[in-house]
Design a protein around this ligand. Structure first.
Ligand code: SAM
Ligand code: SF4
Length: 331
């Protein structure tokens, strides 16, 4: 990974960032049809890697005040065996720490290590409640395993706080009908929150592969039929009845999020140069044999505190002398 020196960047900020998003890996053991990673969308600009302890320290040491840290980017965080250590270090620094995961590798050892490290939120992405639709949308046949992992985790650790567990569903035309059962699954598992997430597409919205769903027409914005809108509203009521919170990312209610005020579907891209999706023809989705998504090449995880000692993180950069005057640091 390239070394990042925030002080050397040209843009200057009035104050250092307090919210940190760190991609701890860009490897994954799933093949979600909505996700650019499945199509190697960011290669060759971003070679595959797991974030090392040393590079993690280089990043966080430059930020004296971190209020909230999100430890996923595009990749599966549980594949990085340093994850509990990252969490513990950020907790020592007083941050609220969370990440999204597909939950495939959430076994007892990993769950215990994360709890011991002080994780605040664990967000588990499902997108479907039937094994068939899950396999279609997430690319591997792992729903029973993920649900078993979740059930065991909630039984062992509670799931209401430290960490607060939530279920996540990216709203697509293909899965919206499963929303009521998604809310019911959350209630059955005993998680306090379920989330409806807005589909984001990349680049100019061209289909980057035959079965990719990260395209505007899969989004619920333009095509939010009356029936779908009613379904979302009904699920808000259902969640209320079942004692769950039903939220949406980036909006007050799930209905507001996906119906959003006449705006189009969300489009985003990475801050790095990304290849134009239209430039290359759609490619077939690859497959991952179950033997490799079910295990991590870096497993077993060390229990937190027993990780092999490498260099400890240094003091945050507030301890370093910065030139006086206003903004001198960039993000
Ligand atoms: C990129 S994943 C990384 C973390 C982890 N691998 C996971 O799936 O939770 C982060 C979140 O983005 C969601 N996601 C995937 N494709 C998306 C898309 N096109 N638009 C919006 N969210 C998406 C995933 O379901 C997940 O909740
Ligand atoms: S599990 Fe997460 S990172 Fe992996 S392909 Fe699915 S959405 Fe992308």
């Amino acid at each position: 990974m390239a070394q990042i020196h925030l002080e050397e960047r040209e843009t200057r900020l009035a104050r250092l960032p307090t919210q940190l998003y760190i991609e701890v890996t860009n490897h994954c053991n799933s093949l979600c049809v909505s996700c650019p990673l499945t199509y190697d969308h960011f290669l060759p600009f971003e070679p595959k890697h797991h974030l090392s302890w040393e590079n993690f320290c280089r990043i966080v040491d430059q930020l004296p005040e971190i209020h909230r840290a999100v430890l996923h980017g595009i990749g599966e965080p549980l594949l990085n065996r340093n994850l509990p250590r990252f969490v513990a270090h950020l907790k020592e620094r007083g941050a609220h720490v969370l990440f999204n995961t597909n939950g495939v590798l959430l076994d007892q050892a990993r769950g215990d290590a994360l709890v011991e490290a002080g994780l605040d939120e664990l967000r588990v992405s499902l997108d479907a409640v039937t094994p068939e639709l899950y396999a279609r949308l997430r690319g591997i046949d792992a729903l029973p395993r993920v649900v078993d992992n979740l059930r065991a985790f909630v039984q062992r650790h509670g799931g209401r706080e430290r960490p607060r567990v939530s279920l996540w569903l990216v709203g697509m035309q293909e899965n919206l009908h499963q929303l009521p059962d998604f809310v019911r699954l959350g209630a059955e598992l005993g998680v306090p929150e379920v989330y409806l997430q807005r589909l984001v597409y990349f680049g100019d919205g061209h289909r980057i592969a035959e079965d990719a769903t990260m395209v505007p027409e899969q989004s619920l914005f333009g095509a939010l039929a009356e029936q779908q809108a009613a379904l979302i509203l009904a699920c808000e009521a259902l969640a209320n009845e079942l004692g769950l919170t039903f939220r949406a990312s980036g909006a007050a209610t799930p209905h507001e999020s996906v119906a959003a005020c006449g705006r189009g579907p969300s489009c985003t891209s990475r801050p790095t140069a990304t290849p134009c999706p239209a430039a290359s023809p759609p490619s077939p989705r690859p497959t991952i044999p179950a033997s490799s998504w079910a295990t991590s090449s870096s497993s077993p995880w060390p229990r937190f505190g027993t990780a092999p000692a490498t260099r400890p993180c240094g003091k945050p950069s507030s301890a370093r002398t910065r030139p006086p005057g206003p903004a001198n640091i960039a993000a």
